[in-house]
Design a protein around this ligand. Structure first.
Ligand code: NOJ
Length: 535
């Protein structure tokens, strides 16, 4: 069968495609809410806090993994894809979260981790136990080593977390793990692996999930022969070029097969790719009409707070994704990156301005738990409390992912701020009393109320999220972005650290700043501020 992948979809965009402009909130279960008081967030905790998400006004929730796992990488090392880890509750709890979220009008997306499993997964345990020659080893990447006695790894590939991507077993064979040694990579050329994941998708679709966030969606398929790369510092190349283990063309056949399954189910079940593709055109390949629905736009996430750079990133994104008929999928924060309040370097004002800019763009947007509270990155966690596996391996990722994973503050004036009881799995700062949901609720100047207002307007205003273009207004001063959206919505963004004077584009609807500006033909747009207007 011939696929015309680069063409726009034949069918017109259906206005009922809920996901095209959905605002989707990422729950990191360990750190959202703790129902049983063990200091670790869990599914009962999520059930108890669904009203927060309903009141916030998001359309859907993405849950990071809660599967049975030894937690070598905070649950991204899955031992059983059909079981819930006791840390997080039971399968009945998961079903209750899905059911009760639906009752609140929230869709539920769960994480699927197909590139690798846990070294405690039944297949891998048996493969190890049975020794060289075991047919189960064919479901992973086992190889003999190089060197006179097989003492050198089979290829020069490095783990994303640092160090070699190969670990040697006592029986002499090596196995591949692009992440931690506790996360062996599956061999996606093996039919049993392909069948197993189709079955896992159906298991969760039958339980009612509305879609999957696909972990390492650019991984899975490896170049034949697992060829050497030839130079070091590979972790730094990820996302900037095609590697023999990332963004291989063969991975797209997997998504075409998954899309067929998703489409069998009613209600538009979706897939969202976590694909660190080297270019936006390569990212767009994951969201062709017969593949996944969305792909996180990490190019935008990595763009500096600079008007020219942001405008170029928006244009390039809309052009590349529009060419395949897919919506843009914006994101500023998640559990792997420094929170945008801290990363963008301009504190809370800039973070709020960046959020209103993102929410004015066409397409879908993902929020990461706690950004609606304006949480900063926690940058002073002592080494002894850190849990991110990359912290303990050198020369890989920066090892600083714990600082965005600190449990949420809900209420009260001291840790655990209503998160649960007792010590939280990562300690919370002493100065978060003013950042709790309770403290911010009802305060019109709070970041929580800003998010609630913005998401409320997104639901009612036809221009927000809709369509796939922005109309830039070119009379804006240097460092200011101004653009029009359908329905007469205008967005003005001052990325500079000085106030800017602009002509009034209409009636102000919402500002990321502290108060709406005085209007006198012109108005002053403060530094690091976004304002939404209605013409
Ligand atoms: C991406 C996930 O978001 C990250 O947290 C994880 O460590 C890696 N994939 C490996 O699964």
């Amino acid at each position: 069968m011939t696929h015309q992948h680069n063409e726009a979809p034949e069918t017109a965009v259906r206005p009922t495609d809920w996901w095209r402009d959905a605002v989707i909130y990422q729950i990191y279960p360990r750190s959202f809410a703790d129902g049983n008081g063990d200091g670790m967030g869990d599914l009962p905790g999520i059930r108890g806090r669904l009203a927060h998400l309903r009141d916030l006004g998001v359309d859907a929730v993405w849950l990071s993994p809660f599967y049975a796992s030894p937690q070598a990488d905070a649950g991204y090392d899955v031992a059983d894809y059909r079981a819930v880890d006791p840390l997080f509750g039971t399968l009945a709890d998961a079903e209750a979260v899905i059911r009760e979220a639906h009752d609140q009008g929230l869709r539920i997306i769960i994480d699927i981790v197909p590139n690798h499993c846990s070294d405690q997964h039944a297949w891998f345990r048996r493969a190890v136990a049975e020794g060289p020659g075991s047919v189960l080893r064919e479901r992973f990447h086992f190889r003999k080593g190089r060197g006179d006695n097989g003492e050198l790894p089979p290829s020069d590939w490095e783990s994303v977390f640092g160090g070699p991507a190969w670990t040697r077993l006592p029986d002499g064979e090596w196995y591949l793990h692009l992440f931690a040694p506790e996360q062996p990579d599956f061999n996606w050329d093996h039919p049993a692996v392909q069948d197993e994941f189709r079955s896992i998708l159906r298991f969760w679709l039958d339980l009612g999930v509305d879609g999957f966030r696909v972990d390492v969606a650019h991984g899975m398929v490896k170049a034949p022969g697992l060829p050497d790369i030839g130079h070091g510092e590979q972790a730094r190349l990820i996302g900037s070029q095609i590697l023999p283990f990332f963004d291989q063309d063969g991975v797209h056949a997997v998504y075409r097969s998954w899309r067929a399954i998703l489409d069998e189910y009613p209600g538009q079940r979706i897939g969202v790719a976590e694909a660190w593709a080297p270019t936006l055109d390569r990212l767009a390949r994951y969201v062709r009409p017969d593949e996944l629905h969305q792909g996180f736009n990490f190019h935008y996430l990595g763009t500096d707070w600079d008007a020219g750079a942001l405008r170029a990133a928006v244009d390039a994104s809309l052009s590349a994704l529009g060419a395949v008929g897919a919506p843009a999928t914006w994101v500023l924060s998640n559990h792997d990156v420094v929170r945008h309040r801290t990363r963008l370097g301009g504190g809370l004002d800039r973070a709020r301005a960046a959020t209103l800019l993102m929410l004015a763009l066409p397409g879908s947007a993902y929020l990461y738990q706690g950004e609606e509270l304006g949480l900063p990155e926690v940058t002073d966690l002592p080494a002894e409390v850190r849990q991110d596996p990359s912290f303990f391996r050198d020369s890989g990722q920066d090892g600083l992912r714990d600082g965005c994973r600190v449990p949420l503050p809900w209420s009260g004036t001291e840790p655990p701020y209503g998160f649960g009881a007792g010590d939280t799995w990562l300690p919370q700062p002493d100065d978060w009393a003013t950042l709790t949901v309770q403290a911010q609720t009802g305060d019109p100047a709070s970041t929580l109320e800003l998010y609630r207002s913005a998401l409320g307007l997104r639901r009612t205003h036809p221009g927000l999220g809709a369509g796939d273009t922005v109309e830039w207004l070119d009379d804006a001063p240097d460092g200011v972005l101004a653009f029009r959206r359908p329905g007469g919505l205008v967005c003005t963004v001052n990325t500079t650290d000085a106030p800017a004077r602009l002509s009034v584009p209409g009636r102000p609807l919402l500002t990321s700043g502290r108060q709406l500006p005085l209007l006198d033909g012109d108005f002053i747009l403060p530094a690091d501020t976004t304002i939404w207007w209605e013409e």
